[in-house]
Each structure stands twice: as structure tokens, then as C-alpha cells.
Write a protein that binds this ligand. Structure first.
Ligand SMILES: [Ca+2]
Ligand SMILES: [Ca+2]
Length: 256
């Protein structure tokens, strides 16, 4: 041992004699308590952003009328939910729900005429569908998130305060509904629908390339699409086999 080396006679002396080991111990404690680095935050934020769409689908499967959440898959899911309710109504009453409010006098439960305040025939098909499903207690669970009242009307009579609602697409436009019995009248005199921005448009039953009416023995239910104009290329509709077609991204096989 060199003459000037300190004597290692106890634990405190060992630490004092090993400065490198002391620095390593101090460095290890510093690493354990060091706050997250910028790349750790990037990983966490990136994982949340990637998972956000999945969380939205899990918690809001039917989408909403908020245009910020609009997408073709959402409107496809919504059309299918309504199709299941319409089929249930048909099974119970032996006919598809009416697309005329006056038909409430002859079809469905509590068969009484529906009177509208202020008097109007806007959005009539989809309003009649909403009322039919509502009175049969067949509204989809998500209905409260996908209704609107673009023409600001209400039922008159025994329920004066009940708004006359329409099912809407994710862009806030009313869905269009026709039952087959009303196709001919609608082709001669197209009903008026009021879009999310208050524009009045005329909606026709959809035709196939041979100019024949689609779904001739049941009903038609479709979204006017993001342009808010019926019978254009971006419409999203329910087909005979229960699939959903139309809209820019639907052509690629996105079934909603
Ligand atoms: Ca209405
Ligand atoms: Ca359209």
C-alpha cells in the first residue's frame, strides 16, 4: 500500500475510496427519477391518436349528426340499424312503415291521422317512418343521437309539444324514405326535403340503370350524402341484399 493511501477500515472508508462507484450509483438514481423525455411523450401521444378512431367506434357506434364526425361508414351503420327496425315493424304489422303521415289513419298502431304544425309536407317520408317506429316502440337505441328537425315542425293535437323529428345522416341532412306504394306518386310529384343548411330539395325514388325503380316491392332508404342533394352520385343507400352502396369511399367496398 502506498504511504499516502487512505486506510480502508470501515464501510464509509470504502465509499470514500471508490469515487467511480459513487458516481455510478448517483447516476443510476438520477436515471430512475428522470422525467419522461420528449420521445416518450411522442410515443404516448402517437398511441392515443392511433387508438382514438377505435374508441369512437366503441363508444359511438352509430355516429352522430355532428358533421365533424361524418363518414360513409357511419351512415352505412345507421342505415342498417334502421333497416333492422323497419323489418321488425313489417314482421309485426304485415306491411312496411308508411311514408305518408296521413297513412297513420290506416296502418300501424294507434291508427290516427298525424296533423302537423305548422302545416307542411316537408321531410314527410322520414318523419312518417320516425313516428311509426316510435309508436311501435321500435326506435333503435341510437335514435336520439341521429335525429334532427330541419323544418322545425311539431305534431298538433293531443301531443302539441312533440317535435316531428327526422332520422338524419352524419352530415345532419334528413334521410330519405319511401315505401313502395308511394313510388309512383313520388315520381310524379317529388316530396320536399329540407337539408341541414335549410335548403329545400326535391327527392325522387332511386332508379336503376334501366330506369326501373329500385327495391320495387319494399322500400327505399338513403342518405343524400355530403352534398345534401338527393339523387346524386354521393348518395348512400340500402340495397336489396341489405348491403349499403354509394358515396365516394363506398365504391371501394366499405360496407359501413
Ligand atoms: Ca320535421
Ligand atoms: Ca347527394
Amino acid at each position: 500500500m502506498p504511504a499516502n493511501a487512505p486506510a480502508a477500515s470501515g464501510p464509509g472508508d470504502v465509499v470514500a475510496a471508490s469515487p467511480v462507484r459513487v458516481r455510478r450509483a448517483v447516476g443510476s438514481r438520477a436515471r430512475r427519477s428522470r422525467p419522461w423525455t420528449w420521445w416518450t411523450w411522442c410515443l404516448v401521444v402517437g398511441a392515443f391518436v392511433a387508438a382514438f378512431p377505435l374508441l369512437m367506434i366503441l363508444f359511438f357506434p352509430g355516429g352522430s349528426c355532428d358533421p365533424a364526425h361524418a363518414s360513409e361508414p357511419n351512415v352505412g351503420a345507421r342505415l342498417r340499424q334502421l333497416a333492422r327496425a323497419i323489418d321488425a315493424w313489417e314482421t309485426r304489422f304485415g306491411a312496411y312503415p308508411p311514408s305518408r303521415l296521413a297513412a297513420g289513419a290506416a296502418e300501424g298502431p294507434e291508427a290516427t291521422p298525424f296533423r302537423v304544425q305548422p302545416p307542411n309536407s316537408n321531410n314527410e317520408g322520414i318523419e312518417a317512418l320516425y313516428l311509426a317506429l316510435d309508436r311501435a316502440d321500435l326506435l333503435p337505441p341510437e335514435a336520439e343521437f341521429c335525429t334532427t328537425n330541419t323544418d322545425a315542425d311539431a305534431l298538433a293535437g293531443p301531443e302539441p309539444s312533440q317535435s316531428l323529428l327526422e332520422f338524419c345522416d352524419p352530415w345532419g341532412h334528413p334521410l330519405v324514405y319511401f315505401v313502395a306504394a308511394d313510388y309512383a306518386d313520388a315520381l310524379r310529384d317529388p316530396p320536399t326535403y329540407v337539408t341541414e343548411v335549410g335548403e329545400a330539395v326535391l327527392a325522387l325514388p332511386r332508379l336503376d340503370p334501366t330506369r326501373a325503380v329500385r327495391r320495387p316491392r319494399s322500400y327505399q332508404l338513403f342518405s343524400m350524402g355530403i352534398d345534401g342533394q338527393p339523387n346524386t352520385d354521393d348518395d348512400v343507400s340500402l340495397e336489396d341484399d341489405g348491403s349499403v352502396s354509394g358515396g365516394p369511399s363506398m365504391r371501394g367496398g366499405c360496407g359501413g
